[in-house]
Design a protein around this ligand. Structure first.
Ligand code: AMP
Ligand code: MG
Length: 396
């Protein structure tokens, strides 16, 4: 059994960007990582443009100008100005080659075609220069950059329609457990509604990763081996739910051994999620996640997410960690490290009731996980605790 930090380290040490890349239209690249640095095909902006609504001036030594023309955004005109002449111009309009500066309309007085300016004007003022954001031939985004809404829009603003990104990992989910039934069936004695398939699929979806396949395996060695074999055949990552503990009907460990999966670690000194397994088969990875739903999700966030992020070509280590004051006293004499469902509110974190690994109710309300290192603690209200922000949690 190893410590949480060691286990996370082993995940990170074993994960590299997938070698395969694909060229995709920009609108399919959200959350993808660039496989190569992107070269700017144009200057940005590609012409001198006005950043304000006002007047483009051909400067001279008086504060009076005659207005001779107009340039709206999108116009291709290039009026030729003499000293003391100006054009009405709007934000985004091309500044005529003969103009030296743009003055905002609020700082002028206009009487018909005569303009009086009320302040000093500096050469180049309110003009965005060609290439001032990015120059043609530059590499503004590096290999590995994750593409968010802003990144996609930036590429579009360069006129780029498609881009080479690291292929998204192919993930297969295997659900084990004879007691599990779908919510469409009537609950009968001994059965429970299956929930880990949607749990994992949704958590993957949040990372823009589509699940290749969800398969269900009975609690037998043969069924477990079959499901694993199929999964390894066409996935980069296999996530197994349940069956990895030491019960007589837990066959996942044995099946992994029979398939000669290389064990990277098995069992972590943590709660929830002690019997977590991480291994490798050829180029593929497998996580066997303990089946109690809160364990499954906790292990997903702490261990699976960093692996997926790295496979996608990203550099982050998974959930963002912050140090934040706890809103109440807290003590624990648990020797294992704890990941506790919690909520952050008003810049403090509160640990929720209902921490058992079978309980999703607290997880459903949580926006963070408090991490308590091994060996127990006694924390006074206001002490700082290491806290992992669940996806979409923003500290305000
Ligand atoms: P296991 O890890 O297979 O020993 O399962 C531990 C506990 O989690 C058992 O009470 C299972 O019934 C429950 N469990 C396992 N898999 C699922 C699942 N897919 N959905 C809901 N509960 C599950
Ligand atoms: Mg089971």
């Amino acid at each position: 059994m190893i410590a949480v930090e060691e286990a996370i380290d082993l995940v990170l040490k074993n994960s590299f960007p997938l070698e395969k890349t694909e060229i995709l239209p920009i609108n399919q690249c959200l959350n993808r990582n660039l496989a190569k640095a992107v070269k700017a095909p144009i200057d940005l902006p590609s012409f001198r443009l006005s950043s304000m609504d006002g007047y483009a001036l051909c400067l001279h030594h008086s504060n009076s100008y005659s207005i001779v023309d107009e340039v709206k955004a999108g116009d291709a005109v290039n009026p030729s100005l003499k000293l003391g002449e100006c054009v009405r111009i709007f934000t985004g309009g091309v500044v005529p080659d003969s103009a030296d500066a743009v003055i905002v309309q609020e700082k002028t007085i206009r009487k018909q075609n005569l303009l009086t300016i009320k302040t000093l004007v500096k050469k180049g003022q309110n003009i965005r220069l060609i290439g001032s954001q990015v120059q043609k031939g530059d590499f503004p985004l590096e290999k590995g950059q994750v593409l968010q809404a802003s990144g996609l829009a930036f590429l579009k603003s360069l006129g780029i329609g498609e881009v080479e990104v690291v292929r998204s990992p192919k993930v297969t989910i295997i659900i084990t457990g004879n007691e599990l039934i779908p919510s469409s069936e009537l609950l009968t004695r001994g059965k429970i509604y299956e929930s880990n398939s949607i749990l994992l699929q949704a958590a993957l979806q949040q990372q823009e990763i589509e699940t290749q396949l969800v398969s269900f395996a009975e609690d037998t060695l043969k069924a477990t081996i079959n499901a694993l074999e199929k999964a390894f055949f066409n996935s980069d990552v296999v996530l197994v739910s349940g069956g990895i503990s030491v019960g007589d009907y837990d066959f996942v460990k044995q099946a992994l051994e029979e398939l000669e999966v290389k064990e990277i670690f098995y069992k972590v000194r943590q709660r929830p999620g002690k019997p977590l397994f991480f291994g490798k088969k050829d180029q593929g990875f497998v996580f066997a996640l303990p089946g109690n739903p809160a364990s499954t999700l906790s292990c997903f966030y702490v261990y699976v997410l960093p692996l997926l992020t790295r496979l996608k070509g990203g550099k982050s280590n998974g959930l963002i960690r912050v140090s934040i004051p706890i809103a109440h006293d807290f003590s624990s004499d648990e020797p294992r490290a704890l990941f506790l469902k919690a909520t952050i509110q008003n810049k403090t974190v509160s640990i929720l009731d209902g921490q058992h690994s079978s309980m999703l109710v607290s997880f459903a309300k949580a926006n963070a996980l408090v991490y308590i290192p091994e060996q127990g603690v006694f924390l006074k209200k206001g002490s700082l605790v290491e806290t992992l922000l669940l996806p979409n949690t923003i500290l305000t």
